[in-house]
Design a protein. Structure first.
Lengths: 317, 289
């Protein structure tokens, strides 16, 4: 009961922060803030989603791009097949990616961790090949998704509307991660991460928990991908399946710290903002190099991320 | 389906498989024997291709000769990477998650550095035999496929002899199974692992030269090989070199058939699909222990 109240307070706090962020972006009076902010928030969702499986459960997923692209391409499909409002598409994206996450888990989670990681990489390539050969969603040429100028019934420019959706998704992802972290589910995940065999022996239903983790993580990634075609306007396989989603969603939690929901949020905000700045000021290739160097640097020097550094600094005193 | 088309598809698959064995052999050593999930291996292969390209373009040297000159450099690079990996992850007993992230980062850094240095244009090498082809009856044997295939078989046999006939080689085979026993034989497990990992990276220099002889190379094609090498490695049974060759030839033939009868755009899905199938149905591989 007590924890339920705390969760309620946390949801309120998250909504309040989200409202402040939106009003803040709005007062800046520049659409670029929304464009850049959308990307950073998208990384908050992806990093938090990755961390539910990678950080809590200890299974590395290299296929973030695959789940993200599934969400994006389900939107492209329905945009042609039967247009629907973006929030509905977000739910569809979540269902599609969540189901694929579940299937992926069934196929590989009985194996050692490394195989799961490789299989996720494989999944990304298999899906990309399928999309490239599927003409209905544009094939290798890509697909145009024309963004409406404004939303019906809302007096908002479309980019602000998309920003708002992504903001809500980021809040959803963080609240989900926090609830998981503090529930019995989260303790089960941590048991799997620390010693799967011991967890299994003490009666933790490891396979079931791992399947929940892959489904949840996949669904959140799919949600992040669903509004993407409207944001970018022209979706081609190489941009939806870009490796930078995979490397970013791993680097951000690793840099922030993988044990709690704060880590991915912190990492995504820092790294996402840094990337927006370097993309504008230097070049996008250099910004990817920076991500790679930070990732390697952090796993070697500060294996528990910024949170670990913080704790080490303040607990010693 | 015409008879000579079929025969040529089989032949092309065999040649491709020989080359794939060279690409995979490094992973068979690092992942199969040492249990180090070096997903950056394909990036080192591309690095090898670019070194062969530079030497070939500057001095007109044969790409394979160039890569043999580069072997010590790659060996040293491999030893250095293992040292970092050992100190940061194996020694501290860190969970394998961070080791994986480490190699993923290295893969990315190598690829982006190559893009920043050479751009995304396709590069190729020049050598007398690349455009020649032998014809035996109805079978075509393009030398750009045959030469890498034969060289890779030589490499495979040499490594297999090294691993089974020399003390160091046998120590490498033993290191994953019983480190204590190895220490009792007066061999330092860390040194043995370092040598083995360095050899695995050195094979990437040669495999890279083979790759750029077979096809033009640009930095991101390494990613296609991540699936292939792990598919072959898993298919052949981890850490077995004969298994690696069988897995490689099998994948080569399947890919060659797909390309001949369905079109090359389905190529990447074949290896990864095969990998997913193997993982789901028979994770110990064909020659698994």
């Amino acid at each position: 009961m007590n924890s339920a109240i705390r969760s309620g307070t946390f949801v309120l706090a998250c909504s309040a922060v989200a409202a402040i962020v939106f009003v803040g972006a709005w007062t800046a009076g520049n659409d670029y803030v929304f464009f850049a902010g959308y990307t950073v928030l998208q990384f908050v969702v992806l990093a938090t989603a990755w961390n539910i499986l990678g950080g809590y459960t200890g299974y590395v997923n290299f296929g973030t791009a695959a789940f993200f692209a599934l969400g994006a391409y389900s939107t492209v499909f329905f945009h042609k097949f039967y247009p629907m409002p973006v929030p509905v598409l977000v739910i569809i994206g979540a269902v599609v990616s969540g189901l694929v996450g579940l299937g992926m888990g069934y196929l590989t989670l009985r194996l050692r961790g490394a195989f799961f990681a490789i299989a996720t990489l494989a999944l990304a390539v298999v899906l990309q090949t399928l999309v490239v050969n599927w003409n209905y969603v544009g094939g290798a040429r890509g697909a145009y998704v024309i963004r409406p100028a404004a939303v019906e019934g809302l007096s908002l420019p479309y980019i602000q509307y998309l920003f708002l959706i992504m903001l809500a998704l980021a809040a959803t992802a963080i609240v989900t991660a926090r609830i998981v972290e503090r529930s019995k589910l989260g303790f089960g995940f941590a048991a799997i991460r620390d010693d799967e065999l011991a967890a299994e022996a003490s009666g933790v239903p490891t396979l079931k928990l791992k399947l929940i983790a892959t489904t949840l993580s996949g669904a959140l990634m799919g949600m992040a991908g669903a509004p993407f075609p409207y944001y970018i306007g022209y979706l081609q396989p190489s941009s939806a399946f870009a490796l930078e989603y995979a490397v970013n969603s791993i680097a951000m939690p690793m840099i922030g710290g993988t044990t709690s929901w704060v880590g991915p949020l912190l990492g995504a905000l820092l790294l996402g903002t840094l990337q927006q700045i370097t993309t504008v000021t230097i070049s996008s290739a250099v910004n990817l190099l920076i991500v790679g160097l930070l990732l390697v640097g952090f796993v070697i020097i500060a294996p528990n991320g910024l949170i670990g550094l913080w704790q080490r600094l303040f607990r010693k005193q | 389906m015409s008879y000579d088309l079929l025969l040529n598809a089989v032949m092309a698959g065999l040649l491709l498989g020989g080359f794939y064995a060279a690409v995979t052999i490094g992973i068979s050593i690092s992942f199969g024997i040492l249990d180090i999930v070096n997903i950056a291996h394909p990036a080192f292969i591309i690095l090898g291709s670019y070194i062969a390209y530079i030497v070939n373009a500057q001095f007109g040297l044969d790409p394979i000769a160039a890569s043999i000159i580069a072997l010590p450099v790659f060996y040293a690079l491999g030893a250095a990477i293992y040292q970092v990996y050992y100190l940061s992850f194996e020694k501290r007993g860190q969970d394998p998650l961070r080791g994986l992230a480490f190699f993923f980062g290295i893969l990315f850094i190598t690829e982006v550095t190559l893009v920043l240095t050479f751009g995304v244009d396709y590069r190729y090498v020049q050598a007398g035999y690349i455009e020649q082809s032998w014809h035996i009856g109805i079978i075509d044997l393009p030398l750009r496929m045959l030469v890498p295939c034969l060289m890779s078989l030589i490499m495979l046999v040499a490594l297999q002899l090294f691993l089974t006939r020399t003390f160091t080689g046998r120590a490498i085979m033993a290191v994953a199974q019983d480190q204590l026993a190895l220490q009792l034989m007066a061999a330092d497990p860390i040194r043995i692992k370092r040598i083995a990992f360095a050899i695995s990276i050195a094979t990437a220099a040669l495999a890279g030269a083979f790759l750029i002889i077979i096809q033009p190379v640009e930095p991101s094609i390494g990613r296609d090989y991540i699936g292939r090498v792990f598919a072959i490695c898993v298919l052949g049974g981890l850490g077995s070199l004969p298994g690696t060759l069988i897995g490689a030839v099998l994948l080569g033939i399947v890919e060659s058939f797909t390309a001949t009868f369905y079109g090359p755009s389905w190529g990447p899905a074949v290896s990864f699909g095969l990998l997913l199938l193997t993982l789901a149905l028979r994770p110990v591989g064909l020659l698994g222990r």
